[in-house]
Design a protein around this ligand. Sequence first.
Ligand SMILES: Cc1cc2nc3c(=O)[nH]c(=O)nc-3n(C[C@H](O)[C@H](O)[C@H](O)COP(=O)(O)O)c2cc1C
Length: 449
Amino acid sequence: MNFGNGKYEAWQKIQTEKITPDAVITMVEQSGLRGRGGAGFPTGKKWRLMAAVTGNQKFVVCNGDEGDPGAFMDRAIMEQYPHTILEAMCIAGYAVGAHQGVIYVRAEYPDAVTALQTAITQARANGILGKNFDIDIRLGAGAYVCGEETALMNSVMGKRGEPHPRPPYPTESGLYGKPTMINNVETLANIPNIILHGPANFPNTKIFAVSGAVQKCGLVEVPIGTTIRDLVENYCGGAKPGHVIKAVQIGGPSGGCVPAHLFDTPLDYDSLKQVGAILGSGGLIVLDETTCMVDFAKFFVQFSASESCGKCTPCRIGTKKMQAILERLTKGQGTPADLIQLRTLGEQIMATSLCGLGQSSPNPILSALNHFQDEFQAHLQGICPAGACFHGYHITDKCVGCGLCAKKCPVGAIHGELKQRHQIDPAVCVKCGLCAKNCPVHAITGGNH
Ligand SMILES: Cc1cc2nc3c(=O)[nH]c(=O)nc-3n(C[C@H](O)[C@H](O)[C@H](O)COP(=O)(O)O)c2cc1C
């Protein structure tokens, strides 16, 4: 990462060379910078729209909420380059005609808060802040939905961190009903270099927070367009010894997974969309054969269900229903109808939820279902190819209803009519495996087999 030396050189350049707000916006447009907070909206276009809005009071907001599990690139930037964020916000305020900035940062990032607070005090003492433009910090309480811009603004205003439908967009009616422009931390961190070195020299890199089944995890900064294969194999050292990488999950709870046969896909906004994932804010989890895709999908839906603010029904209830289906599947109690229902529910939640949380929460599940259909199907047969699910036993539809298993079961956990598929009560089963051993048609799976 090289986001400058904190000497406000880009800001000084604008002042000494009398670069107009319009020219600043043109430079940002020419750089091709797109928002790093998830949606990838062109930053110059956002600034141009905001500059065109008239109003005696406007706000610029830096979004440092960073709620994606496993993501910590914004945290690193705020801790290491706090002055760069302030400088970028001064430039943004100048370009769009705002005099007040707000940095929204989660309270779980105490070092980032201290770094930013110290930098604000220094910048005020040096006359950079406080005259034409000033910045305040607002702390978030760690709700994922508060990274969504309309919920964020409610939280800044001391209201409940719930989203509202757009329009109105923040640039029309934002904080306290005034035009407000929201940019992500990493997006802003690129601004001083664009001004200082010119848009043609903007390297257009993206920082990824890589975790999971690779030899080297951590923050990796690569040019946008680098292939997944290059990132995983060359930058991160490839699979751990004796293992085989089968997929990456990109974009956190709004993102999707990309299977290994598509690893030549470039890490850019449009290519990832084509394979059912998103660049998102940069969380990237590498998965090998020991991860069960059904179980993995369950983790993400659990996250979305617990982080749903509850304001709209599709997200509040729909994510819980998806979670229940995935729980059944990972217990070996799923049915073919569950897979159909999972897809239908996912599509409905996406189409009808109020904000981006609900609209994107089915993505990790649907992309796992699309790319790893065989693993989902195997779970219907009581098989978890990764060996992660089914710590108990399950009677599959091969059962001929002979009743031998029920006779052999020492605790009476198996029930069923003769010539009908039998059932095991998981609450009673002691997982001795006698049923599976004695089944004449090998209809009983489980115990990780
Ligand atoms: C559920 C949800 C959570 C989000 N969390 C963040 C976040 O933590 N940080 C962030 O910058 N953007 C987040 N966003 C995107 C913001 O709403 C907004 O698009 C972004 O801050 C705009 O900045 P950018 O144009 O620089 O990307 C989130 C969106 C959704 C739907």
